[in-house]
Design a protein around this ligand. Structure first.
Ligand code: ADP
Ligand code: MG
Length: 379
């Protein structure tokens, strides 16, 4: 490793506010791989995307992240104003053993998302080996994730390994009983997840607005709650396939508007009245879910069971989260809004693994092969 130029793809796509890093969870998650490579004397060259630039918008520069990365890695981090061409090659050439270089946003070049072979070759020319540590970007067949592996031997970074180990432990050889809790807004974005998990789990607990679509599919009234009419058939198919495994809420916290301070009513799941919308699961549903979770061997959780962003509708998510944390099971949590919810509800640090991948985690849970992981097997 000593002296080798190691080209590392990280996902440093952090939320920014006024030119500064607003939440550096992804920087912290990336740091160990970079730290250990540098400690072993590698010349570490880091690439990442930030946002979705149309052009070279200055507010999507990775430059402000270099300082944060340096603090987390515990070493100086140099910065190159472009990820290819002269700024990149000269900075990479100057880089000494044990030093770290961060390249500018790879998406400043359209060729990254297009997985352009010439662009991938130019990126790859900066390194001797390639390490993919960007689990959260590995569902994307982009040049900086996938394309470079055509030109360099490709390995998994530590974060990638941690993610894959957790997902495999939960999905491939689960301690039973295995319970999945799936919530969130839409059935259509998660029907693949539901179908794949159904093949594996002993119980499937569904909450959130998603449950409304299941209720309507059985002919129950859903008031003005969020329902996806295009997914009614899929909801019926999942219901039939799931049989006894499926557990839906039995009572619902309803309001007339999705706002805090509204009058609330607790209604039976089959008796939601016109003008009222289900925004959280009720206490009897929490008890029902908790009974299923108690004694579980493995729990996979994706999707808040209510509008967890609004305090009035966050009790269900907090209590289900508590029940998952207390279950004694191997617990895996994933999904952008779910991770945000556990942070805001103070459930941090209570689960076996919290995945850093939003879309990537969902695709993995769907049973799809992620292109950024597939190339690691070949290499
Ligand atoms: P994740 O990002 O963790 O995969 P989703 O994006 O699928 O989760 O779902 C989160 C969204 O679902 C949140 O914005 C939340 O407000 C919404 N949601 C959950 N329950 C309801 C509900 N009953 N009515 C409307 N929206 C809901
Ligand atoms: Mg989401």
């Amino acid at each position: 490793m000593a002296g080798k130029r190691v080209l590392v793809r990280e996902d440093l796509n952090v939320p920014m506010s006024k030119g500064a890093v607003a939440d550096d969870a992804r920087v912290r998650a990336a740091a160990p791989t970079l730290q250990h490579l540098a400690q072993r004397g590698a010349r570490v060259i880091v690439m990442s995307h930030l946002g979705r630039p149309q052009d070279r918008e200055p507010d999507l520069s990775l430059k402000p992240i270099a300082a944060d990365l340096a603090r987390r890695v515990g070493r100086e981090v140099q910065f190159a104003d472009d990820c290819v061409g002269e700024p990149a090659t000269s900075a990479a050439d100057r880089l000494q053993s044990g030093q770290v270089l961060l390249l500018e946003n790879v998406r400043y070049h359209k060729e990254d998302e297009a997985n352009d072979a010439g662009f991938a070759r130019r990126l790859a020319s900066l390194g001797d080996v390639y390490v993919n540590d960007a689990f959260a970007a590995s569902h994307r067949a982009h040049a900086s994730v996938v394309g470079v592996a055509a030109y360099l031997p490709a390995y998994a970074g530590e974060l990638m390994e941690t993610e894959l180990k957790a997902l495999r432990q939960a999905l491939d050889n689960p301690r039973r009983p295995m319970v999945a809790v799936v919530g969130g807004a839409k059935v259509s974005t998660k029907v693949g997840v539901l179908r794949n998990l159904l093949r594996k789990v002993d119980s499937l607990l569904i909450g959130g607005a998603m449950a409304n679509t299941f209720f309507k599919a059985r002919g129950w009234p859903t008031g003005s709650g969020l329902v996806e009419d295009i997914a009614l058939e899929e909801a019926n198919e999942v219901t039939a396939e799931a049989g006894e495994k499926l557990v839906l809420p039995v009572d619902l916290v309803c309001a007339r508007k999705m706002e805090s301070g509204e009058a609330l009513r607790l209604l039976d799941a089959d008796k939601v009245e016109p003008g009222w919308m289900a925004l959280d699961i009720g206490p009897r549903s929490v008890t029902l879910f908790t009974e299923k979770l108690r004694g579980a061997g493995t729990v996979i959780w994706n999707g808040p069971v209510g509008v967890a962003e609004i305090k009035d509708f966050s009790d269900g998510t907090r209590e289900v989260g508590e029940a998952i944390a207390r279950s004694g099971a191997y617990t895996l949590v994933g999904g952008g809004d779910t991770v945000a919810a556990i942070e805001s509800l103070g459930l941090n640090g209570r689960f076996s693994h919290v995945s850093t991948g939003g879309g990537a985690t969902l695709e993995y849970l769907e049973g799809k092969e992620l292109p950024g992981i597939a190339i690691l097997k070949e290499a």
